[in-house]
Design a protein around this ligand. Structure first.
Ligand code: ZN
Length: 274
């Protein structure tokens, strides 16, 4: 990637970041920020051995899907990568589907590389990392970073251990041998333990299995049910995805007052002049 293109992507990531709620250094909840931007976000646990995310533009709606069967830190990276596609690449009738290959940087496709670069700059901007190392980690310029320090970075920036290592290496904060050492230390101590030892965000290391379906989809399902386009079982299954039952939306279903409507109709017809 050319430096001028990289700079362009950094500018776009930085300007998206301005819409996000930031803690001391890192984005607090990128899922919420997406919804606030008007993106339609879908999260569903599709299983581990399948696609991790996709983004598409449909009738002016930006739709992003993330698979919540992957560890939360990975899911957040997928989301940041999809936002990258939306901001850098998307136009009408185009969609991107991502898996372990495209998200790990092993795919040489330029758009995939660019989306990864966008995600890295959105989640871990150079200046915020520099500031975090300076202010939060004692003598970080003299001592080598420990796996515990990496866990602190994970927890603040809501990224995976691997992403933190890759980003620190790309920014020249650690070299290849330090990265290898940290990787070994992680394998010995395990990420879950490291996060617990600093009272960090342990949820990052497990799958959220979150189910999040925009309310518009429920509106659509109710509309179809009311127009007898789908059976009651489909309605109930769609509601269950959103942790809702028929009772929760009973005021919006027309079947309970069908008889009344029919009676009204009879009256009307009966009342019409011959
Ligand atoms: Zn992609």
């Amino acid at each position: 990637m050319q430096e001028s293109r990289k700079r362009e992507i950094r500018i776009k990531a930085d300007s998206f970041r301005e819409n996000c709620k930031i803690g001391r250094y890192g984005i607090i909840d990128l899922f919420k920020d997406c919804t606030r931007c008007g993106y339609k976000l879908l999260r569903y646990p599709l299983g581990e051995s399948t696609d991790l995310g996709f983004s598409l533009l449909k009738d002016q709606d930006v739709i992003i899907f993330t698979n919540s069967s992957s560890r939360l830190s990975r899911e957040i990276f997928t989301l940041a990568h999809e936002i990258g596609h939306i901001i850098l690449h998307i136009n009408a009738n185009k969609s991107f589907i991502d898996d372990h290959i495209t998200l790990s940087g092993k795919n040489t496709d330029e758009k995939e590389q660019e989306a990864n670069y966008f995600a890295a700059n959105l989640l871990m901007p150079d200046d915020e990392i520099g500031k975090f190392l300076d202010l939060e980690i004692e003598n970080s310029n003299q001592n080598k970073l420990s796996a515990t320090d990496i866990a602190k970075i994970m927890s603040e920036f809501n990224v995976s251990f691997d992403m933190a290592l890759n980003r620190l290496e790309n920014l020249g904060k650690i070299n290849a041998s330090e990265k290898l050492q940290l990787d070994n230390e992680r394998n010995e101590k395990r990420v879950g333990n490291l996060l617990r030892s600093i009272s960090g965000n342990s949820r990052l290391n497990i799958a959220s299995e979150e189910i999040d379906i925009p309310y518009e989809y429920i509106d659509y399902v109710i509309y179809n049910y009311n127009h007898r386009a789908i059976p009651a079982e489909t309605l109930e299954r769609a509601l269950a995805y959103c942790h809702l039952s028929r009772e929760d939306i009973s005021d919006r279903l027309v079947d309970s007052c069908d008889e009344e409507n029919d009676a009204d109709l009879d009256d009307m017809i009966g009342g019409l002049p011959d």
